[in-house]
Design a binder for this molecule. Structure first.
Ligand code: 26Y
Length: 819
């Protein structure tokens, strides 16, 4: 049977051309003799999609036949970026397509540029989910991803007059060839209503009588592995009006209003919440979370029941991964389904629940921990609130037996937060209590979880706590985004095997000082810089010198990530150049400072940082006395495809969070893989990067994690920095204009207010910057450091992260679909 189904579609140039032209004519409905680049992109991607579907089918059939334990990866955010290049590279047919297109008069790269980003997420967590899907597919794991199909993804950042404005991202307006709508895979999702009791066979049962119903419709997104036929599924849910609700209004004759009201159901999956900073208990957000959880679990349980009739075996067949607390209502939902619908006893249900969930937290800051007001949950999901209370009650009883009547500890560990003006459900506590494993995202993150955030829980269940250092996929971050470097690496290693086995990159160490290799390495890097310089000029009108050091900080704008420290450093550099003798200016290492990132729409300080960046850039870039010695550019609307261009073209990248605040960071890994040197604090995963490539190959500065609390306590008794104070005064006194507007920004970094210790770290930041300048002048040394960065980046592949999760958290094994 398998042979029959294997590879109907051919990949020779003629077949590909025929396919593309057929899609031009029958899918895009244009003439095959006349179509533009966008239409060519559409036809091309449909032709690729056909090949994805073929493998997707084979893989799903194979999984079904083999019935292995499956991983269900639940995440409310996926930052997939573009799919075309990634797909054809993973399918191993990029060059076939490029040749076929050439003969049709099209350039593959030009068509690839036509695609918009799928930006269904905010930042690190969302891109990590995307990288992990790539590794799950490549390593042949029987996994499914579940998420939401937001109609509007991450807002488009538009800069007007230096200020950030948010605009909607109409990503679906031009169609999305990468998804398959499954009109027949849909489930009702219930909200509101009341809980009633019923008696069945003498047993009392709770019945939830909902007040509102919407339909969840599946959209499948095939995720191809590299060097394997395995193609897994990312199933995203969209909300549609339900066929079952609101019959009343029809009967009362208010037909138009009934239709209009029904249509409101779609708002549930309409828009991604743009905040990745602090949780606000918003009803729509909670609705999204439950909508997602309910649809995914109905799908998962249906699939399980097709093959199995005993829930006791569920833990042998199903692993549920909670990406942060956002999907953690799943815990209460599984209890509800088991107890109320499948009529399992509470204890049996609880036994199973405790074996299927694993939870990874991506945060350190307590204010980012999700809390749901009890009243809100009680009104939207009355039965779930009861279940959470019951779980908590049982847990509290158990806990009292173990730790006695230590009330303050009991109240800290309770799922219900009683203190404060409103009662809240602590989703993190719920997740820790009900998951068999709690993972941190770097070693230092786990340390902080154990000693701070989850100290009480760690003391109770030390065996639950693990860490899996994050990674990024080398397929996207080298092969797709840096094809020249990819070719060079393969040439010198004599193999492409590193694309699946990234540890082989270590082999580059041998050639780190080789003059020929260095020459080729520098050439590749230079070409990437040219590409980036062209983009910068097109975006901002600023012409930059390719010989300057490209110094980049791109990531979400947050106080703890300290873009402001970078800016104060840039102003200091400018100030030094201005105050220098003309003859000394020759010694200055020219820099192009690049900053990019979105600020959450309601995050005032972050928005001021963006404005400050523009104000400083305006001054510096128009100062004829400075010229090419210093340029500052802000890259607007940072997203995955912008990163694919910026990362390969940078010399130095900054990861300068206050130690103890970045759970892991993954941008650092992308830069590292591409041979960009890191200027960083010893925070998150950088600590492990230092171990892999050595401090001598990086520029490390600043307070260490254990020093931060003491330094903060010292407040204004800390050693002041005159240089720092001078720059802050310049900003405050209006040197860059907008005097009153920047006042609060200055307050946030002065004296006792300097929570993130910018002033304390400033001197050592300048020293690290000076070392970077010094190293850059010696191009031989710099290139060697660059090669050693790539060579030492192997550990930071999601292939390693996923293999570790599979083995020690999920208990799943590869299930490779035969060729
Ligand atoms: C609850 C809601 C407000 C919320 C929404 C999104 C809270 C947090 C988030 C996202 C958090 C996030 O992206 N965290 C980042 O996860 C990365 C992947 O693990 C880490 O590398 C990074 O350090 C961390 O900030």
């Amino acid at each position: 049977l398998f042979g029959l189904m294997d590879g109907f579609l051919k990949n020779d140039p003629l077949s590909l051309q025929t396919d593309i032209l057929d899609h031009v004519e029958y899918t895009v409905a244009r003439s095959r003799f006349s179509f533009d680049d966008f239409e060519a992109y559409q036809a091309l991607s449909h032709s690729v999609r056909d090949r994805l579907i073929e493998r997707w089918h084979e893989t799903q059939q194979y999984f079904k036949r083999k019935d292995p334990k499956r991983l269900y990866f639940l995440s409310l955010e996926f930052l997939m970026g573009r799919s075309l290049s990634n797909s054809v590279i993973n399918l191993g047919i990029r060059d076939h397509y490029a040749d076929a297109l050439k003969q049709l008069g099209f350039d593959f790269e030009v068509l690839a540029e036509q695609e918009g980003d799928a930006a269904l997420g905010n930042g690190g967590l969302a891109r990590l989910s995307a990288c992990q899907m790539d590794s799950l597919a490549t390593l042949d794991f029987p996994a499914w991803g579940y998420g939401l199909r937001y109609q509007y993804g991450s807002f488009r950042q538009v800069i007007l007059d230096g200020f950030q404005h948010e605009q909607p991202d109409y990503w679906l307006n031009f169609g999305n060839p990468w998804e398959i709508e499954r009109v027949h895979v849909s489930y009702p999702v219930k909200f509101y209503g009341t809980v009633e009791e019923d008696i069945l066979n003498g047993q009392k049962y709770k019945i939830w009588v909902p007040g509102e119903m919407v339909e969840a419709v599946a959209y499948d997104n095939p995720i191809p592995g590299y060097g394997t036929r395995n193609t897994i599924n990312l199933r995203l849910w969209a909300a549609k009006p339900s066929g079952q609700d609101d019959m009343e209004s029809y009967n009362t004759g208010d037909y138009i209003n009934a239709i209009v009201n029904r249509q409101k159901a779609e708002t549930i999956s309409c828009v991604l919440y743009p905040d990745d900073r602090s949780y606000q208990g918003k009803e729509l957000r909670l609705k999204q979370h439950y909508f997602f959880v309910s649809a995914s679990l109905q799908d998962i349980i249906r699939r399980f029941k097709e093959e199995h009739n005993n829930f006791e075996t569920l833990p042998d067949k199903v692993a549920l991964q909670l990406t942060d607390t956002h999907p953690s209502l799943a815990i209460a939902e599984v209890m509800r389904v088991f107890v109320d619908e499948e009529h399992l006893s509470w204890n049996r249900a609880w036994d199973i629940v405790c074996k299927i969930f694993s939870f990874t937290t991506h945060t350190i800051q307590p204010e980012a921990l999700e809390k749901i007001p009890v009243d809100l949950l009680g009104s939207l999901l009355p039965r779930h609130l009861q279940i959470i209370y019951d779980i908590n009650c049982n847990f509290m009883e158990e806990l009292k037996k173990k730790i006695g009547l230590d009330y303050s500890r009991l109240s800290r560990m309770s799922i219900i937060e009683e203190e404060g003006p409103v009662k809240n459900i602590r989703m993190a506590n719920l997740s820790v209590i009900c998951s068999h494993t709690v993972n941190g995202v770097s070693r230092i993150h786990l340390e902080l979880l154990k000693t701070k955030v989850f100290k009480d829980f760690y003391e109770l269940w030390p065996q639950k706590f693990q860490y899996k250092t994050n990674g990024v996929t080398q397929r996207r971050w080298i092969v797709v985004s840096n094809p020249n470097l990819c070719a060079l690496i393969s040439k010198w290693l004599g193999t492409e095997a590193w694309i699946r086995n990234v540890d082989l990159l270590m082999g580059l160490r041998e050639y780190a000082a080789d003059a020929d290799f260095q020459q080729e390495w520098k050439l590749v890097r230079r070409l990437n810089k040219i590409r980036l310089a062209e983009y910068i000029e097109a975006m901002s009108g600023v012409k930059v010198s390719i010989d300057a050091m490209f110094d980049v900080q791109i990531k979400r704008i947050h106080e703890y990530k300290r873009q402001l420290l970078n800016l104060i450093g840039i102003i200091h550099r400018y100030d030094c150049i201005k105050n220098m003798e003309k003859s000394d200016r020759r010694k200055v290492v020219p820099r192009v400072c690049i900053i990019g990132g979105k600020a959450a729409p309601g995050y005032e300080i972050a928005k001021k940082i963006i404005k400050l960046c523009h104000a400083v850039a305006e001054k510096i870039n128009n100062d004829p006395g400075v010229g090419d010695l210093l340029k500052l550019v802000f890259i607007p609307d940072y997203n995955v495809s912008v990163a694919e261009l910026v990362v390969p073209g940078s010399d130095l990248s900054q990861h300068i969070s206050t130690a103890g605040y970045e759970a892991s960071g993954t941008g650092n890994m992308k830069f590292l893989m591409n041979g960009c040197l890191l200027l960083a604090t010893a925070d998150g995963s950088t600590v492990e990067i230092i171990e892999e490539i050595g401090e001598e190959n990086m520029f490390i500065f600043g307070a260490k994690v254990h020093e931060v609390p003491t330094l903060r306590d010292k407040g204004s008794a800390r050693k002041p920095s005159l240089q720092f104070a001078r720059i802050v005064r310049m900003i405050r006194e209006g040197y860059f204009g907008f005097k009153d507007y920047f006042g609060s920004l200055c307050d946030a970094v002065e004296g006792n207010g300097d929570f993130y210790l910018l002033e304390h770290d400033f001197e050592s930041y300048l020293e690290a910057q000076a070392s970077a300048d010094k190293a850059f002048v010696d191009q031989k040394r710099w290139t060697q450091m660059s090669i050693l960065s790539t060579a030492g980046s192997g550990k930071f592949s999601t292939d390693r992260t996923i293999a570790e999760y599979a083995e020690s958290t999920w208990g799943i094994e590869p299930c490779k679909c035969p060729f």
